[in-house]
Design a protein around this ligand. Structure first.
Ligand code: GDP
Length: 443
């Protein structure tokens, strides 16, 4: 995500060193480089101009902040201005005081609407809400089928058209009946898209908007289409009116121009971002977290949240206690590998660690992930007794495990050696002082 922009920012900001704040000439130089970085990232020209002007004012008036060095102060000013560009505060989805909350998704064909409808449904289901999906993209029969398949995967009901119905307006009474009967709290409407904006599409969407009176009419935009998506958003807003946008395919967007331009050009918030094809790859949009990723400071907050949801506090406490008594078993090791996998790919995790984005080119992610898979296969080929007592793994057991996991005895030996090293490392790190410090960090 935004690799090329992050790299540019990283290069510009790394140059800022020294004991003082920037001189006027240095401010000019920094701004010039930031301007080029933003233009290369395909950020709207007017947005680039106003951004650099505001940043100039900030940098000129900056005073070294308490606890920060001068270069860190400059970085903080740039960060604050990028956060501002992205919309300052996180924009939550509005929920109706009287259920259901109707969310209408619109967008061009291929923007990721149908996938996003299902991701959003999954998001609400995860928080325990009763959700209903409505397939009203009747221009493309495959879209109805696609949504039904996705709905089934996530266990959310999907209402489609009756036979012979070709106008999505005509589905409304059936949908309404269904949400009343099912006491649904959130109704997500997937609508038709076209390859480009046309009158018929706009009319159909306006009619649906009037009929369903959605609390949120959201436009789904493909981040990879750059400035084109900003034009699309303007057209939809002028004709139908939108409350916010969802950008999809950020995982494939190296430049970030659309996401940095939209708020300034349209004044509408980004509510969610799609970061992958899978159903759980939808994230609420946090301007500060995104800004910190963009300028290469990583996104520690999201990382911590992911870690918290993957490993419960109770589990963490148990691990700390066991580790300090040198009682970590291969069973715990397996669980650790699984929690890490739940948090995301090694590539994604590294992007979130401050300063680590520059390391990315030096790490062979495929190798890391295949080693993790191999280790998992090896541990899974052991009996429970063997996982709890690795010291009992003699030659014949090791041969059996190698065979079962499709690896070699050497690899099994290697994994066991690594495990021993980790166990030792944890024990040393958790000598009384470390142990107290770590325990105090746990909730
Ligand atoms: P629609 O025509 O707007 O309904 O688009 P679809 O929902 O059918 O999506 C078009 C394609 O984009 C599909 O192959 C999706 O898997 C893919 N897609 C959607 N969102 C994302 C995303 O956030 N990241 C990636 N990589 N692919 C996505």
């Amino acid at each position: 995500m935004f690799e090329s922009l992050t790299e540019r920012f990283d290069r510009v900001l790394r140059k800022i060193t020294g004991r003082g704040l920037l001189s006027e000439a240095q401010v000019d130089e920094t701004l010039r480089e930031i301007r080029v970085a933003l233009l290369e990232a395909d950020v709207n020209l007017d947005v680039v101009k106003s951004f650099t002007e505001q940043l100039r004012t900030r940098l000129k008036g900056a005073e070294v902040k308490e606890g920060l060095t001068p270069p860190q102060t400059v970085l903080k000013e740039v960060f604050d201005e990028v956060v501002h560009l992205l919309g300052d505060q996180k924009a939550n989805l509005q929920l109706s005081s009287k259920p259901p909350t109707v969310i209408m998704l619109m967008g061009l064909q291929g923007s990721g609407k149908t996938t996003t409808a299902a991701k959003l449904a999954y998001h609400f289901r995860q928080s325990g809400r009763r959700v209903l999906l409505v397939a009203s993209d009747l221009a493309r029969l495959a879209a109805v089928e696609q949504l039904k398949v996705l709905g089934e995967q996530i266990n959310v009901p999907v209402v489609g058209p009756e036979e012979g119905v070709s106008n999505p307006r005509d589905m409304f009474p059936k949908v309404r009946k269904k949400w009343i009967e099912g006491m649904h709290e959130v109704v997500i409407l997937d609508t038709a898209g076209r390859l480009s904006i046309d009158q018929n599409l706009m009319k159909e969407l306006s009619d649906l908007r009037e009929l369903y009176k959605p609390k949120e009419a959201l436009l789904v935009l493909d981040a990879m289409t750059g400035q084109e998506s900003v034009h699309v958003a303007k057209a939809f807003d002028e004709t139908i009116g939108i409350d916010g946008v969802i950008f999809t395919k950020l995982d494939g967007d190296a430049r970030g121009g659309a996401i940095l331009s939209i708020r300034s050009v349209m004044g509408k918030p980004i509510k969610f971002v799609g970061v992958g094809e899978k159903i759980d790859k939808l994230e609420p949009f946090h301007p500060d977290r995104m800004a910190s990723r963009i300028i290469g400071m990583g996104d520690i907050q999201t990382l911590l949240e992911k870690a918290q949801s993957a490993v419960s506090a109770e589990k963490a406490r148990q691990i700390v206690t066991k580790a300090s008594a040198n009682q970590i078993s291969l069973e715990d090791f397996l669980e650790q590998i699984r929690s890490m996998k739940k948090m995301g790919s090694a590539d994604e995790l590294l992007s979130m660690i401050p300063g680590a984005s520059s390391l990315k080119s030096q790490v062979d992610f495929e190798k890391v992930e295949s080693e993790m898979k191999r280790t998992e296969a090896i541990i899974l080929s052991m009996t429970r007794m063997e996982r709890l007592h690795p010291e009992k793994l003699d030659g014949s057991r090791r041969r059996r495990i190698a065979k079962g996991s499709g690896t070699t005895v050497q690899t099994v030996n290697q994994v066991l050696k690594q495990f021993e090293q980790v166990r030792k490392m944890m024990k040393t790190a958790l000598k009384p002082n470390g142990m107290r410090a770590l325990k105090s960090l746990l909730p």
